[in-house]
Each structure stands twice: as C-alpha cells, then as structure tokens.
Design a protein around this ligand. Sequence first.
Ligand SMILES: *[C@@H]1O[C@H](CO)[C@@H](O)[C@H](O)[C@H]1NC(C)=O
Ligand SMILES: *[C@@H]1O[C@H](CO)[C@@H](O)[C@H](O)[C@H]1NC(C)=O
Ligand SMILES: *[C@@H]1O[C@H](CO)[C@@H](O)[C@H](O)[C@H]1NC(C)=O
Ligand SMILES: *[C@@H]1O[C@H](CO)[C@@H](O)[C@H](O)[C@H]1NC(C)=O
Ligand SMILES: *[C@@H]1O[C@H](CO)[C@@H](O)[C@H](O)[C@H]1NC(C)=O
Ligand SMILES: *[C@@H]1O[C@H](CO)[C@@H](O)[C@H](O)[C@H]1NC(C)=O
Length: 476
Amino acid sequence: MKVSYFYLLGLLVSSGQALMQVTISLSKVEISVGQSKYFTCTVIGEADNIDWFNPQGEKIISGQRVVVQREGIRSWLTIYKANVDDAGIYRCQATDSKGHAQEATVVLEIYQKLTFEDVPSPQEFKRGENAEVLCLVSSSPAPMVRWLNNREDVTDIDDRRFAMLPNNNLQIKNISKRDEGIYRCEGRVEVRGEIDFRDISVIVNVPPEILAQQRSFNATADRLEDITLFCRATGSPKPYITWHRNGKLVEENEKYDLREDNTELTVKNIISTDSGLYVCRATNKAGFTEKQSFLQVFVQPHIVQLQNETTIEHGHVTLTCEAEGEPIPEITWKRSSDGMIFYDGDKSQDGRIESTGHHGKSSLHIKSVMLSDAGRYDCEAASRIGGHQKSMYLNIEYAPKFISNQTIYYSWENNPINISCDVTSNPPSSIYWSRDKLLLPARNITNIKTYRDGKRILLEITPLSDNDFGRYNSQL
Ligand SMILES: *[C@@H]1O[C@H](CO)[C@@H](O)[C@H](O)[C@H]1NC(C)=O
Ligand SMILES: *[C@@H]1O[C@H](CO)[C@@H](O)[C@H](O)[C@H]1NC(C)=O
Ligand SMILES: *[C@@H]1O[C@H](CO)[C@@H](O)[C@H](O)[C@H]1NC(C)=O
Ligand SMILES: *[C@@H]1O[C@H](CO)[C@@H](O)[C@H](O)[C@H]1NC(C)=O
Ligand SMILES: *[C@@H]1O[C@H](CO)[C@@H](O)[C@H](O)[C@H]1NC(C)=O
Ligand SMILES: *[C@@H]1O[C@H](CO)[C@@H](O)[C@H](O)[C@H]1NC(C)=O
C-alpha cells in the first residue's frame, strides 16, 4: 500500500515591495486518488508571465493530464485524475516587465479512500487447519480494521484461536465446523470518518470419514445368492462414494447394483471368483478415505477327478480323488465291500492300504493287491458347508484258476456224461478241451459234443469204447 499523505502548510508568499499581488483560489487541497481538481491563480498588477511550478520545482508545461491555461490576469492549473505522485506544493509565479516575481502556493494532498481489493467470498478452509481469512483493505492513512462475527468483535471472543494478523487478515487456528459463518471485515479511517466493510462467508470443509461398518461378508457360490456391502461416510461437503475392485472402478452392470448414492453395493449371483476385497472410497473437496470389505465366498465341495482303475493281482495301485470347494473339502474313502473308511493318513491293519492327501486331493494306495480289493470305492468330499460323493470301481485282473475240484467222472459205454471245468479269471479266459494233444471237439469224433454254458464249456462224452475212457485236459 502506498501512503501519500502530506501535511504541509500552504503559504502565501509576497515580496512586499512589488505592486503585483498573486493569489490562488485555494491554499490547501485534499483530494483522493483519481479525482480531478483545478486551481485559479489571479494576478493583480502588470504581469508579463504567469507560470506554474510543480512540487519538484519544474515549470509546468501543459500536457494530457496536467493542463495550464491563461486568460488575462488568471491562470488555471488543472490536474485530471490525480495520483499519489501529484502531491506536493504547487507555485504560481507572476513576473513583470522588470523581472520582478511574485508567487503564491497551494498544497495538494492526495489521499487514498478505503479500498477493498478483490475480497473473495466464500473463503473455504479445511477443518483443523490454521485458517487465514483474507481481507485486503487499504487507505491513507492506514485503516483501522476490525473483524466481526454476529456483530461481535471476534478478538473480544474468549477464544485464543482468533487473532487479527498484522496484514489485517483474520487468523482462525484449528478451524472447526462451528466457526463457519459470515465474517465482516470492517475498515475505518478516523481522520475522515470513513468506514466500509465486506462480508465474507467462511466455509469449513471436513474430509470424509467412513463410519464403522461390517468389514467381512460371507456368501455361498452357485446358489443365485446376492450380497450387499455397505459404506456410509460423513464429511462436508457430503462425500461421494465409489467402489473399487482389483484397482478398477465398479460400475453398475449385470453383476453389480449400486443404490442409495452408492452407499450400497450388491454383488449379484455370487460365484467363487467374486471372493476378495472390495474397496469403498469416500471423496469430497477436502480429501478422500478408503475402507476395505472382504467378501468370503464359500463353494460347495465338488469332486472333479475320480476314475475307474484296473490293476493286477499282487500289483499295486493308487486311487485318486480330487475335489474343489471353499473351504477346501476333506476327503474320505469308503470301500463298499466291507464299509471300511479311510481318512487321510489312515492305514489298514495289514499295512497294505494307506490313504494320503492334502488340499482337496486324496490318494488311496493299495499294495500287494488282493482279489478281495476289487469293487466299488466311494470318495466323499465334505466341508462345513456341504458334501459331494462319487464312486469308482477297482478292477483286478488275474490269471485263470480252476475252481472245480472234481477231476474224476464215472460213466459207462453209451452213457453220455457232461464233464465241466470251472475256471475263474479276469478278464474271462477261453477254455479248450483236448485229448492226446487233439483239440476237442474234432470233426472225426462224433461221440463228443461241447456245450457253452455261460463261461463254462461242457464236454458231453458218450463213451463208445474203452478208448474213450482216460484223461481229458482242459486248457486255458
Ligand atoms: C482442534 O480442535 C479440536 C476440536 O474441534 C480438538 O479436538 C483438537 O484437539 C484441536 N487440535 C489442536 C491441535 O488443538
Ligand atoms: C463368515 O464365516 C466365518 C467362518 O465360518 C465366520 O467366522 C464369520 O463369523 C462369518 N462372518 C459373517 C459375517 O457371517
Ligand atoms: C466304471 O466302472 C463301472 C462298473 O464297472 C461302470 O459302470 C462305469 O461306467 C465305469 N465308469 C467309467 C467312467 O468308465
Ligand atoms: C469240491 O467243491 C465243492 C464246491 O465247488 C465243495 O462243496 C466240495 O466240498 C469240494 N470238495 C472237496 C473234496 O474239496
Ligand atoms: C449236458 O449238458 C447239456 C447242456 O446243458 C445238456 O443239454 C445235456 O443233456 C447234458 N447231458 C447230460 C448227459 O447230462
Ligand atoms: C481223427 O483224425 C485225425 C486226423 O485228422 C487223426 O490224427 C486222429 O487219430 C483221428 N482220431 C480218431 C479218434 O480217429
């Protein structure tokens, strides 16, 4: 702020002996910046020249803003749109033909009226900061400034947070929402009784805060379930809410519904991949904050791998059952032949069968496979939220075995008799009958017929002669 203020006395100076008398219409003039003013210099007597001199002592030559005009005994000095540099003592000098000079002076004081420069309103602050409410007011002489809130001088309030700074701005330390309101910045210039003010609206913004909320949610996949997550926030101005998942903004679509100004997010038709973190963000002009919600999606156990196995007697085999689910299911094996159940880590008494497994995958190891191990095995995957069961068959291949113990048959001539040979094997075996290295039945032998009876081949012999008695071999 530029202060241009001169206290000077206007003096009328005269030489005494001369006959000329010089007077100026005014002796002391106070104008404000930007005003215009003119002065009349009147000379009584014989004056050849009437000249004006500026405060720097230079003779004034008419220009755009400062103009000198003479008409007879009068000369006018006009100052248009005064500025602070125009202040000072102006002289009007009259000179007669003999070179005698007489002069008069006028003191020009230029002052600045109370001026508010671009006082912004509203002025916004963030809660908790040390706010400085701006009020750029100037004048000459310098103004007295007061700050009022509800017609009360804020520095009279019993609150040390309020203080007027040397630059006339109002400081409010640790500003709070309660401090919001209209503040009046009032300036006074006592010498002129000048007074003016500006009302400033002070706004306090509060950064968002997300209210305590449920942080974890449970749902079950593949049951057309919906789950709604909540996020409510306070703040000023009212924060707006957005949801983010895997760093991406969640938008409304067939998967997501947003309601109540985004404070409710519904995840529709839950599937296992909906599991994970959902981030809620509350934003306003004072800042933003985030909170995470965790959606745990449970998935029913489901057996994804189990197949029939084939092995050989005395060999070894591993039955494998794999299941998915959340939480990961436990797997148990049940041998249907005897109802024996194997949990992970279980071993049969004879040590031949052992179950091992982890993470939804279980193996049933069978060593020294016995024929009795064949048959159905049930794999059951179970978790807290459900179970799934599937069966497989263990097929054991073994060499054919004769199971009939009758090896001697009695008959007589012309008495047909069926002789059979019972054999077991897996897969089923073919049986041939032979006698004396001759495969039966042979074409040239008519008294021997064969019948197929299931897996067995019956040999019907009608002994005709002694020759027909003897050893018949069955061959696999
Ligand atoms: C600021 O004000 C708040 C109340 O509005 C108070 O809780 C807090 O302690 C204050 N902070 C400081 C640094 O004074
Ligand atoms: C979600 O499931 C877990 C595990 O069963 C349980 O501890 C928790 O309390 C459940 N949370 C809710 C919100 O139901
Ligand atoms: C497994 O074996 C059973 C019984 O032998 C049979 O019914 C089933 O079709 C077989 N499954 C597969 C996948 O081969
Ligand atoms: C012969 O086998 C039959 C059944 O196949 C059985 O009942 C019988 O006891 C057996 N006889 C001998 C001597 O092993
Ligand atoms: C031998 O078995 C076949 C087929 O079962 C039968 O037709 C036939 O009569 C039997 N013969 C004797 C002597 O039992
Ligand atoms: C049947 O014929 C074969 C030759 O085709 C012969 O070797 C065999 O001895 C004959 N068997 C009988 C019982 O005549």
